[in-house]
Write a protein that binds this ligand. Structure first.
Ligand SMILES: *Cc1c(COP(=O)(O)O)cnc(C)c1O
Length: 395
């Protein structure tokens, strides 16, 4: 008896249903380093406007050299979790460097921010406590909250009236933790951390910010939302990734109050039961944060590029969501149009992604453009010109 047959049919049906809905995700294969100019397997070259390569560090020679040096001196892999024999001097140095960057007390590294978020709630809070979470928070926060027994409250995206009523409802719990993304990935809007902080003071709550899309980007020197709102060292928990602005390889972290980090080292399951970051990633990470300490050139260029792009696109008549990050949503509202336009932009050598329901609300289809410090003005102009050309052909 073929025990797999029924399950196989079940999966095939489900996958066909995903395809029929137009939600099937195909992978486009790149045969060059991640960069502004990428080469695809079919030989096509494209300008990349859909990577989280905000500071252009994915193929930066300094990071590559730092990674090579760390690999030469400290080997390829750690073959251990941190608390058995997986901690090198490089891991401790990277943790302290990250704390210095964010102005926090201590840092704990993870294999990814998905793990940082997955492992942050359950060790700290119990059924006596409350987690109050923004409705648009990242999937890894939602999963992390599910693993924790705390009572869950949800507020509409960045809606401070709703947050206030949820905080009022949560007053009977012992501790309260408000959780928000720093930048929301679909609109590029920043969480109103100043207002969240005021409400947290009023209703005796702690705050956690996931700075994955905001660290390296938001704030004058790219220190994230705590810099933008002048709240450095006043937020209890910050999580972030090394997989976006900071080189884009792999790795995540939680940084904040030292007792919180200490407890996570004792009880956070993705930390206790998953492998240590490779030395090359730790070494390149240290290099990255020192590079950003020495100069603000990359952050300045990213901010200039974003302003330039948004202004030119608006002047060309495109409907751009107000952004405070390097994410720029070009609103088209029509799902089919967003897909066709993205496909035709790729034919013009501009790689962007179209999003529609259920990734964004119904009738809110858009093309998301992500800017980078690695883009030059000529790249931005090419992208804008292509948008104008394709719109003329399509609408
Ligand atoms: C990308 C992202 C993550 C996941 O980070 P990884 O390090 O890739 O696991 C978590 N949270 C937010 C808000 C993100 O944007």
């Amino acid at each position: 008896m073929n025990t797999y047959l029924n399950f196989q049919k079940h999966l095939t049906d489900e996958i066909n249903a995903i395809k029929a809905e137009g939600l099937y995700k195909a992978e486009r294969i790149i045969v060059s380093p991640q960069s502004v100019k990428i080469r695809l397997q079919d030989g096509q070259e494209a300008l990349n406007f859909c990577a989280n390569n905000y500071l252009g560090l994915s193929d930066h020679p300094g990071l590559i050299e730092a990674a090579e040096k760390a690999m030469k001196n400290r080997g390829y892999g750690m073959s251990s979790v941190r608390f058995i024999c997986g901690t090198q001097d490089l891991h401790k140095e990277l943790e302290q460097t990250i704390a210095g960057f964010f102005g926090t007390e201590d840092t704990i590294l993870y294999a990814a921010c998905f793990d940082a978020n997955g492992g942050v709630f359950e060790p700290l809070l119990t059924e006596e406590d409350a987690i109050i979470s923004d409705s648009l928070n990242h999937a890894s926060i939602i999963d992390g909250v599910r693993l924790c027994k705390a009572v869950r409250y949800r507020y509409a995206n960045a809606d401070m009236e709703d947050l206030e009523s949820q905080l009022q409802a949560a007053q009977t719990q012992r501790f309260r933790l408000i959780v928000t993304d720093g930048v929301f990935s679909m609109d590029g809007n920043v969480a109103p951390l100043d207002k969240i902080y005021a409400l947290a003071q009023k209703y005796d709550a702690m705050i956690m910010v996931d700075e994955s899309h905001s660290a390296g980007v938001v704030g004058k020197t790219g220190r994230g939302t705590t810099e933008l709102f002048d709240l450095r060292n006043r937020i209890e928990i910050i999580t972030g990734t090394l997989g976006k602005a900071f080189g884009g390889a792999i790795g995540g972290f939680t940084t904040g109050k030292k007792e919180i980090i200490e407890m996570l080292r004792q009880r956070s399951r993705p930390y206790l039961f998953s492998n240590s970051l490779p030395p090359s990633v730790a070494g390149a990470g240290i290099y990255t944060f020192h590079l950003l300490d020495k100069s603000n050139d990359l952050q300045n260029k990213l901010h200039d590029n974003t302003n330039y792009f948004v202004e030119k696109m608006q002047a060309a008549g495109f409907d751009i969501k107000p952004t405070q990050s390097a994410i720029c949503a070009v609103m088209l509202y029509d799902a089919k149009l967003s897909q066709e336009m993205a496909a035709r932009l790729l034919e013009e050598g501009i790689y962007v992604t179209g999003f529609y329901y259920p990734v964004v609300p119904k009738g809110q289809a858009r093309i998301r453009v992500q800017l980078s410090a690695a883009h030059e003005k000529e790249h931005l102009d090419k992208c804008i010109d292509a948008f104008v050309k394709i719109r003329k052909l399509m609408i």
